[in-house]
Design a protein around this ligand. Structure first.
Ligand code: NDP
Length: 247
């Protein structure tokens, strides 16, 4: 794809072992990007790297827990060693442990803070020095419409996504020298494994919504590609992708 602006870019996608991240990585690879697949489940990202390579694309799998700064630093270092540059970091890894505040699921709150907020900050800590050195870079972060419309049981998840949104907006305002582009993507219901680890009543409710009207994760991957394919002087700051019937 010689005329595709995505061809030749190196992109890290966190949370690439399933759902939205898997589709983002697959679509970027189909369009000629070199993709670095990150997640904790090694067998999943190894399998995706193989299927991308079998289809003629370029991908490596790097197991990483985004809650650990050292893992994310090693991830960025590996991407640069392998492909010589890093053009885009897609902070997509995320978890949702829903529950009413008075259930006091303090461990779940901490886990969401570690992955959904610290994970994004760790990505910045590892990638921004590379972007500054190169003179260009793009950070894409998956937030959520759950951060816009707050529903019962979603307070802490929504708070973490709003924190990530605020961090991205802060980065944008500090990056007006044109070196770093920022994009926040807010999906509504998307059919993925996100609800699998939820407690039964939340899982049933969220999975029913996903089944009834959830988007195919490909819809989100298209939006990410749209942001990445823009010329360097064009920043798609934020995109919301909902099922048309979602309130
Ligand atoms: P999935 O559960 O299918 O994917 C989540 C991904 O995050 C997995 O690849 C998982 O990999 C990875 N992940 C979780 N914890 C960590 C960690 N500590 N370190 C590294 N990777 C981790 O859900 P989605 O695809 O739906 O979620 C992707 C993003 O989209 C999340 O940020 C989510 O909050 C957001 N989102 C999803 C919506 C939906 O309706 N599905 C709606 C709005 C936003 P592994 O377990 O192998 O580490």
């Amino acid at each position: 794809m010689p005329n595709d602006p995505i061809t030749g870019k190196t992109v890290i996608v966190t949370g690439a072992s399933s759902g939205i991240g898997g589709e983002i990585a697959t679509m970027l690879a189909q369009r000629g990007a070199s993709v670095v697949l990150a997640a904790r489940r090694r067998e999943r990202i190894d399998a995706l790297a193989k299927s991308i390579a079998d289809a003629g694309g370029r991908a490596i799998a790097v197991p990483a827990d985004v809650a650990l700064l050292t893992d994310v630093q090693a991830l960025v270092q590996r991407a640069v060693e392998e492909f010589g540059r890093l053009d885009v970091l897609v902070n997509n890894a995320g978890i949702a442990r829903l529950g009413r505040l008075d259930q006091l699921d303090v461990d779940d709150w901490s886990a969401m803070i570690d992955v959904n907020i610290r994970g994004v900050l760790h990505g910045l800590a590892a990638a921004l020095p590379v972007f500054r050195r190169q003179g260009h870079g793009h950070v894409v972060t998956t937030v959520s419409t759950a951060g816009i419309t707050i529903s019962p049981t979603m307070a802490v998840y929504a708070a973490t996504k709003n924190a990530a949104r605020t961090i991205m907006e802060g980065l944008r305002t500090e990056s007006t020298d044109g070196v770093i582009r920022t994009t926040e993507i807010s999906p509504g219901f998307v059919r993925t494994e996100l609800a699998d680890g939820m407690e039964p009543s939340a899982r049933e409710r969220i999975q029913a919504g996903m089944r009834e009207f959830g988007l195919d994760p490909i819809a989100v991957a298209r939006a990410v590609c749209f942001a990445i394919e823009q010329p360097d002087d064009v920043e798609i700051g934020s995109l919301t992708i909902r099922p048309t019937v979602q309130n």
